[in-house]
Design a protein around this ligand. Structure first.
Ligand code: HAM
Length: 403
């Protein structure tokens, strides 16, 4: 028997119902915010992710599904959606148009991580990317949109925010951080030691307790922002306060992808165990330029669908459509034509075997049909069909052609 690969799974029945509900709720809200659907390839050149997510990130270093294709190209299954959307934005020359562009997407992402609860190797994201808007109002708007999506799905969350500064304030901060880290190098863990040279900012979110303790004495970027970044961050907090969106400032929130600057945020849930991040995002004003496009400010986010699957409050399912059944063999074929006609307007479940009344009633119940419609001997003789509304219990017999 062939099973799915480790860290990958099938979505069926209740889970797939939840999946569709989450996606359609998010899509409806994203459309109200002016986002349009974008579909980008799952397979991209490896160079795209190296240049965007970053060579020193765990995703690129350890987790990529990377291989040489039959043409000898170095390719990679996308580990996230932003890089591909930014590439498409540039490939389609949208960076050369003065219009602001907003895209939403959803689909599978691939990271070769150690699978555990909430951490898969194939998982699904719903994401949004807004290009061309530098105002912090857009950061606020995007956070509002995510909180509306979670509210609509009945999911509680904690919002954590930080600012990662810009090309003015980040480099001097990084330099200071490196000299601070170099002094305490011997006491830091192996990962942190490697990161001092490759990506010192990532040291800040090391989960090791000793490292955390040592880092509590480090300078915080949030206290060393340039005027513009500081004003924007303050503005964001004021707007969130006014909107009643509760947040905490986490000065160690740096995100695992290298393209971010200024606003960075994560939505976390305390109901799902250690993999608690249910959405993440932020501003990435330099990514389009890194990928050889015209400098374009941008901000976006992605929600991890599997992580919220168990949290979502599903709406009650209402009975829907018609169950069609025959009580003798001759009545089955007339039902086929009727099913095709009725399917133009509603859901139809048809039973191909002639059965008794009770058995059909059970079938209609299982199909969660609103109506049951049966043809027995009398109906067949008279060219009629018997119909019952399962909820109101009303029943009637009508000519087949008028049903
Ligand atoms: P990310 O934080 O890497 O950001 O992923 C976003 C969300 O995807 C996470 O918060 C989590 O819910 C989910 N996720 C990540 N890895 C896994 C996994 N192995 N298994 C299950 N769920 C997972 C990004 O991907 C950015 N592209 C977000 C973004 C969009 N930033 C700007 N625009």
């Amino acid at each position: 028997m062939i099973n799915p690969l480790r860290g990958m799974k099938d979505l069926t029945f209740e889970e797939s119902r939840r999946y569709i509900h989450i996606i359609s709720t998010a899509v409806n809200i994203a459309k109200r915010y002016g986002y349009s659907y974008i579909e980008t390839p799952i397979l991209e050149e490896t160079a795209l992710f190296k240049r965007s997510v970053g060579n020193s990130s765990d995703i690129v270093n350890k987790e990529m599904y990377q291989f040489e294709d039959k043409g000898g190209y170095d390719v990679c299954m996308r580990p996230e959606g932003t890089a591909g959307v930014a590439r498409a934005f540039i490939s389609d020359k949208l960076d050369r148009q003065p219009i602001k562009q907003k895209f939403y997407y959803h689909g599978p992402m691939f990271r070769y991580e150690r699978p555990q609860k909430g951490r898969l190797r194939e998982f699904h994201q719903f994401g949004c990317e807004s290009f061309g808007e530098a105002s912090v109002y857009e950061d606020f708007t995007i956070i509002t949109m995510i909180s509306q999506i979670f509210d609509a799905l009945g999911i509680g969350f904690d919002l954590q925010i930080n600012s990662l500064g810009c090309t003015v304030c980040m480099p001097p901060y990084k330099q200071n951080l490196v000299s601070f880290l170099t002094d305490i190098k011997e006491d830091l863990c192996e990962d942190c030691n490697r990161r001092i040279d490759t990506n010192p900012i990532r040291v800040l979110d090391c989960k090791n307790k000793t490292c955390q303790l040592l880092l509590s004495n480090s300078q915080k970027l949030i206290d060393n922002l340039c005027d513009e970044c500081e004003n924007d961050f303050k503005k964001l907090t004021v707007l969130l306060d006014q909107a009643g969106i509760h947040y905490t400032i986490d000065t160690n929130l740096v995100r695992g992808l290298d393209y971010y600057n200024k606003t960075a945020f994560e939505f976390v849930s305390n109901e799902i165990g250690s993999q608690s991040a249910i959405a993440g995002g932020g501003r990435y004003d330099r990514l389009v330029e890194f990928l050889d496009g015209k400098p374009t400010p941008a901000v976006g986010f992605a929600i991890g669908i599997e992580r919220i699957m168990e949290l979502v409050k599903m709406p009650e399912t209402a009975r829907e459509g018609i169950y069609l059944g025959a009580m003798n063999d001759d009545a089955i074929e007339p039902l086929l034509a009727l099913a095709a006609r009725k399917r133009l307007e509603t859901k139809v479940t048809i039973e191909y075997n002639a059965k008794g009344f009770k058995s059909h009633m059970k079938g209609a119940d299982k199909a969660e049909a609103k109506y049951v419609a049966l043809i027995g001997e009398d109906e067949l003789k008279n060219g009629t069909i018997w119909i019952k509304d399962i909820e109101s219990r009303e029943e009637k017999t009508v000519p087949l052609e008028t049903f």
